[in-house]
Design a binder for this molecule. Structure first.
Ligand SMILES: NC(=O)c1ccc[n+]([C@@H]2O[C@H](COP(=O)([O-])OP(=O)(O)OC[C@H]3O[C@@H](n4cnc5c(N)ncnc54)[C@H](OP(=O)(O)O)[C@@H]3O)[C@@H](O)[C@H]2O)c1
Length: 291
């Protein structure tokens, strides 16, 4: 069972399990914040495996709606994890690189101490603890900088869409060069989640594409692969004043996956090239032109 199945990651997780008897549940099918509905539905369907990609992850809104953030990102996973344990099902719960403050300035392994800087991150960390301490065979998967073929529901698109839009609208595009991450293709993460869920021991895992870059470096690769000719310039976070604190560095080392012999994730540039090729093909098909 996949929760959040209309999301950018959730829809790819449904596809990754296409050869199994998989059922995707959208928000309108089940609100993960409704504990009674969750219990009734799981009790009725008796899944062997539940992958939870649903979350309240609009970061600025989490600051102004902390009750909702903790209800959906911490209490709901806690209830899901307990219900799954009672039914003998494994829960795979998706979390975030934002649990770290970035001070390490080197890739974070699973045993590094988190220090969330904002409400979203604190609520997701509480959700991780709730799932990992529920007593089942559960797994928590932290990832970073997601983009997928379907748009991010919470943000109405992804970073690549934003670059194409800005390149078309502006004389010059400026992107921050002092926030470092690993962009991760949701199709790759979904395939990795499948392998981990079916073969991996319980516990906490980092799962991102390999290597890292700044948002500016990511934008450079998008402009190059997408043939965008608008001038692109590096800038700093200071230039984009935001009320929400975010880590300047949130690169994850897939150490636990590697130790289990299960790391299947490729370098972020290879994943981006693949995504861009699929995107071009989809556009060509939509407009009836050959790719
Ligand atoms: N996006 C990133 O860069 C990023 C980075 C690291 C980790 N993550 C984590 O990765 C996971 C997936 O993110 P995503 O980018 O795929 O998000 P997304 O595209 O916004 O998808 C989230 C899905 O969850 C559903 N949902 C939201 N609230 C729900 C609720 N109360 N009950 C049931 N379903 C609900 C949404 O449906 P509606 O849209 O209809 O509400 C949507 O289908 C999240 O746990 C997020 O915290 C994301």
């Amino acid at each position: 069972m996949v929760l959040g199945s209309t999301g950018q990651l959730g829809s790819d997780v449904v596809e990754a399990f296409a050869t199994e008897d998989v059922r995707g549940l959208a928000h309108e099918d089940l609100d993960i914040g409704d504990a009674t509905a969750v219990t009734e539905l799981l009790d009725g369907l008796r899944p062997r495996l539940v992958v939870n990609t649903a979350a309240f992850h609009n970061v600025p809104r989490c600051e102004t709606e902390p009750e909702r953030a903790f209800a959906l990102n911490a209490i709901a996973p806690w209830h899901l994890a307990r219900t799954c344990r009672e039914l003998g099902a494994r829960l795979v719960h998706v979390s975030t690189d934002y649990v770290f403050d970035g001070a390490k300035q080197a890739p974070y392994v699973e045993s590094d101490r988190p220090n969330p800087l904002n409400v979203y991150a604190a609520s997701k960390l509480a959700g991780e603890y709730a799932v990992l301490n529920a007593g089942g065979e559960h797994q928590v998967v932290r990832s970073s900088g997601l983009y997928g073929v379907r748009p991010c529901r919470a943000k109405g698109g992804n970073f690549i869409d934003t670059m194409f839009k800005l390149a078309a609208e502006r004389d010059e595009v400026r992107v921050v060069d002092d926030e470092i991450l690993t962009p991760t293709f949701t199709a790759d993460l979904a395939a990795q989640i499948r392998v981990l869920a079916l073969e991996g021991p319980p516990g906490l895992y980092h799962a991102t594409n390999q290597s890292s870059c700044s948002w500016y470096e990511f934008a450079c690769a998008i402009f190059e692969l997408g043939g965008l000719r608008t001038p692109l310039r590096p800038t700093t976070v200071k230039e984009f004043a935001s009320p929400v604190r975010r880590p300047f560095y949130s690169v994850l080392d897939n150490a636990a996956l590697a130790a289990a012999g299960l790391d299947r994730l490729r370098p972020w540039r290879d994943a981006l090239a693949d995504y861009m090729a699929r995107r071009l093909r989809a556009r060509a098909a939509a407009t009836g032109t050959a790719s």
